[in-house]
Every structure is written in structure tokens, then in C-alpha cells.
Design a protein around this ligand. Structure first.
Ligand code: MLT
Ligand code: ZN
Length: 459
């Protein structure tokens, strides 16, 4: 290992390389904290040419490559635990250009999502994909996982907003995919293969993003509900009556953790389930429609309480209740499940899930939250302090098998938006059929015959 490291430092002396133990640890892991990082070295290229040089060096020396961005991933996709070369794109974080007629923003992959939002706003437009890790995740990582988040119900996933990609292949070649075209019916769209490929087909070194008009003014409501059945009824009613921008849910347990983490209690009493919803409210008529929908749901017994934010600060405080959950749970080392089913399958799936989890985790805290309007649930199992990490993971893995089987029955996915990475690799077969996985293997083999790109991830 040290000879290789020396060779790397010697051969690529013009590129910024890090090899201190604390640097290897820092850049070799993501938010999963489950695997001990052990990369060969960390490279921080400043240009596409440097990425190409790094890939060619790794290929010559048959070293695995882990492409890496903000490392906020929750599936281990950016973990380097086996002597890989981490190519971290943090230093490539410029906005390269804006095309006003086509409404396209071209950026480098290390640009944080929040900076993408700011760059779009500078042109009076929005890049609509959004989620809590916006300040630290990078657009390249968002593309690699086809990131979703809190506005998918209105705008779709990252995939919908990628008009072009430049990608360095496992051979060190540069692909310029789709080039911002709206119409391009010229065979396989390799751009879409790259999106969600988790760094296994190429390294995104530039992205051209579609922007759109900002939505109308909106209002934010917090709703308190008795059970999940009521929640689905409220969703249907609100979806019918309002133009929803977001419809997110969490349980009382999730709220308990966020409050312990410093958020302000929103309502006087406690309730089993909560929803934070944001909807277009461009004047009094929209607000009246929202209040009418609220009253109707309350009359049916589907809503127990609620509050509509009266200012931006109040809206932000309500959003914090939902967006602060991940951070508030982190000290408990949660085992994360990020699952989805078609929205119409949610009620039946939930009934089975609740029974399964109640049976399998009687003594363990299970925190539910997620993007219920998209059929995406985050099921977080918290490690009891007295239970050793390995025993806890083994227990959760056993339950995940059962969860995967239930998902399969309902035509769902074992990963809605976090990606497969290492965490869900053994469960890919519950979401993809054997012929699909065989084709995926063939595609990976075609792009990377030597298996150098993010080895061990995905499958
Ligand atoms: C979220 O919805 O908050 C994110 O997917 C993060 C998480 O699941 O913890
Ligand atoms: Zn999420």
C-alpha cells in the first residue's frame, strides 16, 4: 500500500493528494458510519483533465476508484474501505455558465445544492430539487443517486432536471452527453444511464441543469392526525383541492427527537402523526380553499389539530420539525430503510408494515417519516444503547429481508431516493428481477470491464 501511495504521489505530483490518516478517515466515509474507511489516498482534482489523469493512473495500477462529493449519502455509496483511490470533487464547484434562452445552468459537480439554488435565483429562476442536506450535499452526488427530496410531488426527481452531462469513463475518456438538447432522438440516452448509477459507470465532471419559473407564493401548514389511514384520506383531499408543493409526514416519536434537539413545540397537545404541507397560496381564494379543506377533514375525524404559518419565520419553524429529523436521530446510529410503493398501494403496504415492525421490533424505537405524497417512507430503527452495533445490524438485516419481501408483493422499491450503495446491495433482487440485474451487470461490464469504478457498490 505505501509503495503504491508513494508511486501515486510521485506520478501525479501536480494534483492535490491527501494521505494523512485523519484525511483518509474524513474523505473515506459518508453519513453511514458503518464501515471503517481505508482508502489508498484522497485526490482533489481541480479540472476535468486532472480527473482523467487520476482515472488513467488508477487503471494502470488496477486500483478501485470511489467518486465522492459532499458524502451526505445514507447508503454507503461513497465509502472507501478497501484501499481505493477517492476522487473527491469538492474543488470543482464553479458555476460555468447560464443560457437564458434555454434556461440552462452549467455547473461543476462539487457545487453544493444550495449554491445551485442561489445561482438559479440570481437569474429569477429555480432549480426545484430540494432536501435538508442542501448545504452540504453536492450536485454531482445528487445526480449519482437521482436524489429526490421534499418537492418531488411537484417537480419530480433529479433526473427530470438534467439536460446534459460530461462524464469521465473508466478508460479516462470524456463523454459529452445530450449537450442541453430538449429533443434528441438519436438512440440510447447514456445521460439517463449515468443518473442514479452511483458512480459505477463514470464520474460526472460537469452538469447542465434545467431551471424553471419560481412557484407562486405558498403557505405552510402543520396537521395533526390520529392514524395513517386518516393521513391518506387527508392527502387525497388536499391533493384534490390544493396545488401541493410538498406533503411530508412524521410520527410523534420523530417529533420527540426534533424537540429534544432544540426545535420549538408547535401545538399544545401531542398527537400520533403529523404532516407538514406546503401549497400555492396566491391570494385569499387559495387560503380559503385550504381552510375549507382543513375543516372538512376535521369534520371527518381525519384531522385533530393544525396550524397555518403566518410568517416566513413560522413557516421555517414548521419545516424545521420535518427537516431536523435526520440530524436529531444521528446520535442513535439509526438503521435506515428508504422504501417506496405506488401511492395507491400505500394504505395496504402500511398496514402490513406496521404489523411486521411491531412484531419484529417490540423493544426497539422505530421512527417513521418521509415523503408520503410520493409513496416514499423512511423507516429509521434506533440502536438501543445496550445493544452492540453488530448484533443490532444483524437483527435489522433480518427484518430488512422481511420488509423487502413485503415490498416485492406491493411492487415497491428497497431504495426510493438514497441509493443502493453497500447498505441495500443484498436486497437489490427484491426490487429488480434477475433478467434486469443481468442486464445491469452487462451495462456495467460494457462501461467498466475491469470493475474499477466504485467496486462493491450497487451489486
Ligand atoms: C429526508 O427525507 O430527510 C432524507 O431522505 C434523509 C433521511 O432519510 O434521513
Ligand atoms: Zn428523504
Amino acid at each position: 500500500m505505501s509503495e503504491l501511495r508513494e508511486a501515486l504521489l510521485r506520478d501525479l505530483s501536480g494534483i492535490r493528494l491527501l494521505t494523512r490518516p485523519d484525511e483518509l478517515e474524513h474523505y473515506g466515509r459518508d453519513w453511514t458510519r458503518r464501515w471503517q474507511p481505508a482508502p489508498l489516498a484522497i485526490a482533489l482534482p481541480a479540472s476535468i483533465e486532472e480527473v482523467q489523469q487520476l482515472v488513467r493512473w488508477a487503471r494502470r495500477n488496477q486500483i478501485g476508484i470511489v467518486p465522492s462529493g459532499g458524502r451526505t449519502g445514507l447508503s454507503g455509496g461513497a465509502v472507501a474501505a478497501h484501499g481505493e483511490l477517492v476522487i473527491n470533487l469538492d474543488r470543482m464547484r464553479q458555476v460555468l455558465g447560464f443560457d437564458p434562452a434555454a434556461r440552462l445552468l452549467t455547473v461543476q459537480p462539487g457545487l453544493p445544492l444550495q449554491a445551485v439554488h442561489e445561482a438559479a435565483a440570481a437569474h429569477g429562476l429555480i432549480y426545484p430539487v430540494d432536501f435538508a442536506a442542501r448545504g452540504s450535499c453536492s450536485i454531482g452526488g445528487n445526480i449519482a443517486t437521482n436524489a429526490g427530496g421534499i418537492r418531488v410531488i411537484r417537480y419530480g426527481n433529479t433526473r427530470e432536471w438534467i439536460a446534459g452531462l460530461k462524464v469521465v469513463t473508466a478508460q479516462g475518456e470524456l463523454l459529452d452527453l445530450n449537450r442541453g438538447l430538449v429533443k434528441n432522438s438519436s438512440g440510447y440516452d447514456l445521460r439517463h444511464l449515468m443518473i442514479g448509477s452511483e458512480g459505477t459507470l463514470g464520474i460526472v465532471v460537469e452538469a447542465t441543469l434545467r431551471l424553471t419559473d419560481p412557484p407562486p407564493p405558498s403557505r405552510v401548514m402543520l396537521l395533526a392526525l390520529p392514524d395513517m389511514a386518516a393521513l391518506m384520506n387527508v392527502f387525497e383531499l388536499f391533493q384534490h383541492r390544493l396545488q401541493l408543493q410538498a406533503f411530508e409526514f412524521f410520527t410523534d416519536l420523530a417529533l420527540k427527537h426534533v424537540l429534544a434537539h432544540g426545535a420549538a413545540r408547535p401545538l399544545d397537545s401531542e398527537y400520533p402523526y403529523y404532516v407538514v404541507t406546503e401549497f400555492d397560496a396566491d391570494g385569499e381564494a387559495d387560503e380559503t380553499a385550504a381552510l375549507q379543506a382543513f375543516e372538512e377533514a376535521a369534520e371527518q375525524g381525519w384531522l385533530l389539530d393544525g396550524v397555518m404559518a403566518q410568517s416566513e419565520a413560522q413557516a421555517a419553524a414548521l419545516w424545521r420539525l420535518r427537516e431536523g429529523i435526520t440530524e436529531s436521530l444521528a446520535p442513535h446510529q439509526p438503521y435506515k430503510n428508504d422504501v417506496s410503493v405506488r401511492i395507491s398501494a400505500v394504505p395496504a403496504f402500511l398496514t402490513e408494515m406496521q404489523a411486521l415492525l411491531g412484531r419484529e421490533y417490540p423493544q426497539i424505537e422505530v421512527v417513521w417519516f418521509g415523503h408520503i405524497g410520493d409513496g416514499n417512507l423512511h423507516i429509521n430503527v434506533l440502536r438501543p444503547q445496550a445493544m452492540p452495533a453488530e448484533e443490532f445490524i444483524a437483527h435489522c438485516e433480518r427484518v430488512t429481508k422481511l420488509l423487502a419481501a413485503t415490498l416485492q408483493q406491493h411492487g415497491g422499491s428497497i431504495s426510493a431516493e438514497h441509493g443502493i450503495g453497500l447498505v441495500k446491495r443484498d436486497y437489490l433482487g427484491s426490487t429488480r428481477s434477475p433478467p434486469e440485474i443481468a442486464l445491469m451487470r452487462g451495462i456495467r461490464q460494457a462501461f467498466d470491464p475491469e470493475g474499477l469504478l466504485n467496486p462493491g457498490k450497487l451489486f
